[in-house]
Design a protein around this ligand. Structure first.
Ligand code: ACO
Length: 311
């Protein structure tokens, strides 16, 4: 890749042109997108597990229908994202095998257990709220297929966030026991939600280059701050307390100050040592193995049709 090519590519990015699948692109740009979109797709699919855990125990028909729809949406998001990554020359099989081999990551957040019904509220409110904050700017990502996939994803995430907040509102206004459940869920999900935005900018190895290529439009810390600022008033409205004694409005900055994230916990979970990592991967591996016959049958069928056409 010569300098003239890299400069011409950067000029297209700077002019806000969308890069499309058959356009020439630097190998690093392609690799970064495959990594990020692949991880994003895996997160959507693995993200179905913690909530799927509550579908059979949702407290009413209305709650069950909404949760079922939400978990299905997430399956759909995973499929659009795998398709977007496939436009870069990687197959879904390859991506899945990398996930199962522990080479590709998925979001740290899905390695925490869903212990009570209130966790479904907290996930919708906080986890989907964080996802929206991170994903709205991805609608303006320089890579066309990723940007376009994110538009529908974000609309659906917005419904997910509202269904979660509404669960929290109902619990927070319910019996003392229900309010306690909501508080306990906030206590357990708050810090992991802040970790979703990734390491501090100073430790974000891909951050600067992804910003230059306009894959990312904001840094990890910028998005984390926007999330805190948007979410704290929502928690106060619920009458709940955030598990951070240092959380405080800073008039000078026009933003909330907040306490230090436990980065040891973050890296432990990212590297596979979270409370549910083994279970999540085991569930994905089982689904992949159980589905092998479907993939084989589809291939055999396609092969037969091809042979018949050519005969
Ligand atoms: N969980 C797991 N891994 C993470 C997390 C996290 N919360 N945050 C960062 N990492 C990983 C990165 O993937 C990278 O590892 P890699 O080199 O093996 O890929 C490493 O930590 C260093 O991080 P960064 O250099 O900051 O990585 P990047 O520039 O890709 O930024 C971010 C990370 C913000 C998550 C980005 O990839 C992104 O915006 N992804 C798309 C959104 C997404 O994946 N959301 C999933 C969560 S929610 C949901 O979709 C339902």
């Amino acid at each position: 890749e010569d300098e003239a090519f890299l400069a011409a590519f950067q000029a297209r990015i700077d002019a806000e042109e969308k890069i499309e699948p058959n356009d020439p692109m630097p190998e690093g740009y392609r690799r970064t997108l495959i990594r990020q979109i692949g991880q994003h797709a895996h997160s959507e699919i693995v993200g179905m597990l913690p909530e799927g855990n509550w579908i059979t125990r949702a407290p009413s028909l209305r709650r069950k229908a909404a949760l079922l729809a939400k978990v299905q949406d997430e399956g759909g998001h995973g499929l659009y994202l795998y398709s977007a990554a496939e436009t870069l020359g990687v197959s879904r099989e390859q991506m899945t095998e990398e996930l199962l081999a522990g080479k590709a990551k998925y979001s740290s957040i899905f390695n925490y257990p869903t212990l009570t019904w209130a966790d479904i509220g907290a996930i919708g409110w906080l986890v989907d709220g964080a996802a929206i904050m991170n994903q709205i700017p991805l609608c303006r990502c320089s890579y066309g297929p990723y940007a376009r996939a994110m538009i529908r994803v974000c609309k659906e995430e917005s419904f997910h966030q509202r269904q979660g907040y509404e669960i929290m509102m109902t619990l927070a206004q319910g019996t003392p026991g229900q309010k306690e459940m909501a508080q306990d869920a906030l206590n357990r999900w708050w810090w992991p939600s802040l970790m979703m935005f990734g390491p501090h900018d100073s430790d974000s190895q891909h951050g600067d280059q992804s910003m230059r290529w306009k894959i990312k439009r904001f840094t990890n810390d910028e998005l984390r701050q926007k999330f805190v600022d948007a979410t704290v008033p929502q928690g106060e409205y619920l009458g709940l307390t955030f598990p951070d004694p240092e959380l405080k409005w800073n008039d000078e900055r026009g933003a909330y100050d907040f306490g230090a994230i436990d980065w040891d916990e973050f890296w432990r979970v990212v590297k596979g040592g979270g409370p549910m990592n083994r279970e999540r991967l085991a569930a994905r591996r089982k689904a992949w193995d159980d589905g092998a016959w479907v993939r084989e049958a589809a291939l055999a069928h396609a092969e037969k049709r091809r042979a018949r056409r050519e005969a």
